[in-house]
Design a protein around this ligand. Structure first.
Ligand SMILES: Cc1cc2nc3c(=O)[nH]c(=O)nc-3n(C[C@H](O)[C@H](O)[C@H](O)COP(=O)(O)OP(=O)(O)OC[C@H]3O[C@@H](n4cnc5c(N)ncnc54)[C@H](O)[C@@H]3O)c2cc1C
Length: 455
């Protein structure tokens, strides 16, 4: 493999792999990583280009945000995972442009002003999704989403910091505002976050503060829809709702968020009344939009996008008129498939198989067929809902199923062992192993600037 690295570090770098077929994979999430692994025996040179140096197991981000797991357990370095796969190179950089005629993607690495080009013969794009605030991007400052390690650490800081700051408040009203948590969006992420914050308040932090009784924390779960976990079906949705209420979560369905600011949230209730909720910590778990690179690709290829900005792909996951460009995972739309890890994994592997089959002149699979392996969400320790084929499970059995499946899909043996250990600390005991919070995280902004929430 040949690489030209100019002596001037700010000059453009060009990545020119050898004369073998070049597969460029953009993204190291579920789609990108599993595509790269599926090409391990192929006679190709694979480049994985991603804007983070790690693979992120997003389904467990809420456990980082609530102090159960460390970020390292759910975000191993991509080059560590792929180190034995000799046909793969990993590059850190954000893809910004594509020249489909020259078959080149232009990317920029953090801290480098000069972009660099990566050539390809086949391209697999798996850049995932970002948070959507439904046309109100200004909400993001006060209600962070949960998509990245940065988000999870910021939320961890805000959640634990809320209790710390409440302990300092003289006025009961200010204290209450500090420990009122508003989670927007009652899908799996919102339900898991609300359940875990309630557990923190009622179990893990109980008795640690002198002025604050952590059990007085108010946890609201707000959604405009009229059920929680809508994709799980009525039976499991009802069960989840009952469990959340038992945990003390205030579930506000049919309720629309009108405004979010530093000190609270304004909602419109089902009866049309407008209510102001004083809350220091707001968490946005509603709405997804395709990553910005989807738009770049749409402009370059003329491909259509749906309302969330996802690219409409052909049944073989390629873009119309571009059989060399595959789009997989959260940033594509096909047959109304859900934005879940299994769709990304299976479509990533499918794209890799198609490329290998083509190289060998084999017909290969014509269309991507998704095998639904079910879905599950935890509500609290020992409590989950799971829908796997015809099986609908709740409580203990569902939680055990959740535990086994998540351990199985975590990357790396060592990570599985430390994760099991941390789960034992949090679920069998009542501690949280990961509670370090910096002032910057707690305030959600530069700690040298004044706190907008200060009285
Ligand atoms: C909080 C949360 C909880 C979830 N829980 C579940 C669950 O319980 N079960 C389930 O099945 N699914 C769950 N999901 C959904 C699941 O994680 C996604 O469907 C899956 O991660 C999609 O994989 P992907 O490869 O398409 O994208 P991602 O995993 O998002 O990966 C995108 C990759 O692209 C990189 N990238 C983005 N833009 C660029 C660019 N311009 N240039 C270079 N690299 C770029 C990113 O750094 C990342 O490496 C959850 C998601 C979240 C956020």
């Amino acid at each position: 493999m040949e690489q030209s690295v100019p002596s001037n570090p700010s000059a453009p770098l060009s990545w020119n792999p050898s004369s073998r077929h070049r597969v460029l994979i953009i993204g190291s999430g579920f789609g990108g990583l599993f595509a790269a692994k599926a090409l391990r025996r192929a006679e190709v040179d694979v480049t994985v280009l991603a804007s983070t140096p790690h693979h992120l197991f997003q389904p467990l981000l809420y456990q980082v945000a609530t102090g159960i797991l460390s970020q390292g357990e759910i975000a191993p370095a991509s080059r560590e995972i792929l180190r034995r796969q000799r046909n793969v190179s990993v590059l850190l950089g954000t893809a910004e442009q594509i020249d489909t005629a020259a078959r080149t993607v232009t990317a920029r690495a953090p801290g480098r002003t000069a972009p660099f080009d990566v050539g390809y013969d086949s391209l697999i794009v798996a850049t995932g999704a970002s948070q959507s605030y439904f046309g109100r991007p200004e909400f993001a400052e006060h209600a962070p989403g949960l998509k990245s390690i940065d988000d999870a650490l910021e939320l961890r800081g805000r959640i634990f910091g809320a209790f710390e700051l409440a302990e300092l408040e003289e006025n009961p009203r200010d204290r209450a505002r500090r420990i009122t948590f508003a989670v927007v969006g009652a899908g799996a992420t919102g339900v898991e976050m609300a359940g875990q914050i309630a557990e923190l308040a009622h179990r893990a932090l109980r008795g640690e503060y002198r002025r604050v009784d952590s059990r007085e924390a108010r946890v609201l779960l707000i959604d405009a829809a009229d059920i929680v976990l809508p994709s799980f079906g009525d039976h499991l949705s009802d069960k989840a709702l009952q469990h959340l209420k038992k945990l003390g979560v205030e579930v506000r369905l049919g309720t629309k968020v009108e405004d979010v600011d530093a000190r609270g949230i304004t909602v419109k209730n089902p009866d049309g009344s407008v209510e102001r909720i004083e809350s220091m910590t707001k968490i946005w778990a509603a709405g997804v939009a395709a990553s910005p690179f989807a738009d770049v690709l749409a402009q370059a290829t003329g491909a259509e996008t749906d309302r969330a900005g996802r690219l409409k792909v052909l049944p073989d996951c390629t873009l119309p008129g571009h059989p060399e460009i595959f789009v997989v995972g959260d940033m594509m739309t096909l047959d109304a498939l859900p934005g879940v890890a299994q769709v990304a994994i299976q479509s990533g592997k499918f794209a890799a198989e198609r490329i290998e089959a083509r190289l060998h002149g084999r017909p290969g699979p014509e269309r991507f067929r998704y095998r639904d392996k079910g879905s599950m969400a935890t509500i609290s320790r020992f409590d989950a809902v799971a829908s796997v084929g015809p099986i609908r499970a709740t409580g203990w059995p569902a939680w055990l199923l959740w535990l086994v499946i998540h351990l199985f899909y975590l990357v790396g043996f060592e990570h599985r062992i430390t994760t099991l250990f941390h789960w034992a600390v949090s679920f069998a005991g009542r501690g949280r192993a990961e509670r370090a919070v910096t002032a910057r995280q707690a305030l959600g902004h530069d700690d040298r600037k004044p706190d907008p929430q200060a009285n």
